[in-house]
Design a protein. Structure first.
Length: 114
């Protein structure tokens, strides 16, 4: 019973983050400028988060969608952690949400691939 709940939590968290990026909410634009990436990349990242979140929810019924979106999230969260720690040189505390999402994505991936 815990597995679907964690899968939905991960999907909702990334869905919200995706919309914040796609709609270029001012605080996110400000954060993004610290990473030294172009704003178009923020929109692409947000769109991938939204698509992945929808696939993760559909993955409740189709494990291949869950596994695929989990792989996408692993890649995105590794990029997010890199952006926080190395591009913006922020303390690790800023990368904790992405790290938690990474752990959940790896867990979903393993659960649905094996």
């Amino acid at each position: 019973m815990l597995a679907p709940i964690l899968q939905v939590v991960l999907a909702v968290f990334l869905l919200i983050g995706g919309f914040i990026k796609v709609f270029r909410v001012p605080f996110q634009v400000d954060h993004w400028q610290h990473y030294h990436y172009p704003l178009w990349f923020m929109s692409v990242t947000g769109a991938l988060e939204i698509l992945g979140a929808l696939a993760m929810i559909a993955g409740l019924w189709n494990r291949h969608l869950a596994a695929g979106s989990a792989i996408l999230f692993v890649i995105l969260m590794l990029g997010a952690i890199h952006a926080h720690l190395f591009r913006a040189e922020q303390p690790f505390a800023m990368a904790i949400p992405a790290s938690i999402c990474l752990i959940l994505a790896v867990w979903v991936m393993i659960r649905n691939v094996v």
